[in-house]
Write a protein that binds this ligand. Structure first.
Ligand code: URP
Ligand code: ZN
Ligand code: ZN
Length: 457
């Protein structure tokens, strides 16, 4: 299949220029001056008035995540479909083994669960405990499985969170294997203590969720983990940074030349803790961790996006049905923790970032595609518009207006934390593997299966 996309404006992390693109056998094969291409392709798309981005890469999603309130409500099929419609063509999800389960066994199981994923995909693997075989298991992930990134949790101490001594061992083992640690940074012991105290005092509503997980507890964990990473000489990526307090520690480490990367998510830029005031129905959908912060934090994060303290934009996509949120109607600790937004990442960042002059168009591409590709070992296969790169791209209609609603979104979830948000800019076509997967918000007949991507950093 030879697909010619003509008359579009190509946007990469560094350039914006008019050109035609030829896609053949799943790859970009030519980028040529508009109108110069002479032979006959199988199909031509006219992208006049459109922007063309490399397909989005969401480096932080949780499809089909097991929790005490049941699985997150998007499985790999429904979640990847929503991702594609939103312009994201690659997902990095997680492998979270049971205690005692070998990393490689948990990885095989997760690959089975992801077999129907429509986007390309990879995983970060989570050591949820320490054991003598862990350095070898980590090395095997890096060298044999193509998984160079590992995720540790400093929160969730009752289940998957690690003690400090074990965290340090993971940082050392990953550094030795040539990988990268990513971390959920919140001080877990303090959080457990506060949550339990609130509930003991009868303070059980969602309002107490953010009060038990303050910005200080996030920043304290960020500072501590940066120290562990420095001590081990390990590249370090901090997921879902939500507060100005954390940014100070991140900037300082980066200024000292430490390899520290930071990710934020649209909800930390666009929503704030006023969402925890109201009825259970109104507030429970916003129970996610770290919690939403203050407006001043929103502003600080936008600045950090534009000054490059934050390199990457994920979603932490982890939706739950309202029935699952209701598991915690009498105890906020039991509310299913998380929210979905994999479908909205590009349109939100474009509308509230690019169109409001908070970030440039090139920075938008850098944050949503090129940097996640570079950081996690997918570049230039992904994150680029170059001959030889995968033909996964988004033909973006900069004028298309939408209003976000759970009634119309593709995510498998009966609420939407962005309900009523207006957006301008959306995919007109989404190209996956050189074929048109989505066309003006509809599926085409080309239902291409995604591939598991081996990575190297
Ligand atoms: O609320 C969230 N973020 N749920 C998913 C698990 C995590 O912390 O990333
Ligand atoms: Zn997390
Ligand atoms: Zn997460």
């Amino acid at each position: 299949m030879r697909l010619l996309i003509k008359n579009g404006t190509l946007v990469t992390d560094t350039r914006t220029f008019a050109a035609d693109l030829l896609l053949e056998n799943g790859k970009i094969t030519q980028i040529i001056h508009s109108g110069v291409f002479s032979s006959t392709p199988d199909r031509t798309l006219d992208a006049s008035g459109m922007l063309i981005f490399p397909g989005g890469i969401d480096p932080h999603v949780h499809m089909h995540l097991p929790t005490p309130a049941g699985y997150s409500s998007d499985n790999f099929l429904s979640g990847s479909r929503a991702a594609l419609f939103g312009g994201t063509t690659t997902l990095i999800d997680f492998v979270t083994p049971h205690k005692g389960e070998l990393l490689k066994d948990a990885l095989q199981q997760r690959k089975t669960e992801a077999a129907n994923c429509l986007t390309d995909y990879s995983f970060h693997v989570s050591p949820v405990e320490w054991r003598p075989s862990m350095p070898d298991e980590i090395r095997a992930c890096v060298e044999e499985e193509g998984i160079p990134s590992f995720k540790v949790y400093m929160a969730y101490k009752a289940s998957i969170g690690l003690e400090d001594e074990d965290l340090k061992k993971v940082f050392h083992a990953v550094a030795k294997a040539g990988g990268m640690v990513t971390a959920h940074c919140e001080l877990g012991d303090e959080i457990e203590k506060l949550r339990n105290e609130f509930v003991k005092n009868g303070q059980t509503s969602p309002e107490y969720h953010p009060l038990s997980r303050s910005a200080k507890l996030e920043a304290g964990a960020v500072k501590k983990a940066i120290g562990f990473a420095a001590e081990a000489g390990c590249p370090f990526y901090i997921v879902h940074v939500s507060t100005a307090n954390s940014l100070g520690f991140i900037r300082k480490a980066q200024q000292h030349g430490q390899k520290v990367f930071a990710e934020s998510c649209p909800h930390y830029l666009l929503l704030d803790d006023s969402r925890y005031q109201g009825t259970f129905e109104q507030t429970a959908p916003f129970v996610l961790s770290p919690p939403l912060r203050k407006k001043a934090d929103n502003r600080a994060l936008w600045e950090a996006l534009s000054d490059s303290t934050i390199q990457s934009m994920g979603t932490d996509h982890c939706p739950f049905m309202f029935e699952q949120k209701k598991a915690g109607i009498h105890d906020f600790r039991k509310i299913a923790n998380g929210a979905g937004s994999v479908e909205h990442r590009l349109s939100l960042l474009y509308t509230y970032g690019v169109l409001q002059n908070k970030i440039s168009l090139n920075r938008f591409v850098e944050l949503t595609s090129t940097q996640p590709a570079k950081i996690f070992g997918l570049y230039p296969q992904k994150g680029a518009l170059s001959p030889g790169s995968d033909a996964y791209l988004v033909i973006w209609n900069p004028e298309k207006e939408q209003i976000i609603s759970a009634q119309t979104h593709y995510m498998h979830c009966d609420t939407d934390i962005y309900e009523g948000f207006k957006t301008q800019g959306a995919p007109e076509y989404v190209i996956a593997g050189g074929e048109i997967a989505g066309e003006k918000g509809r599926w085409t007949s080309a239902q291409r299966k995604g591939r598991f991507l081996k990575r190297k950093i």
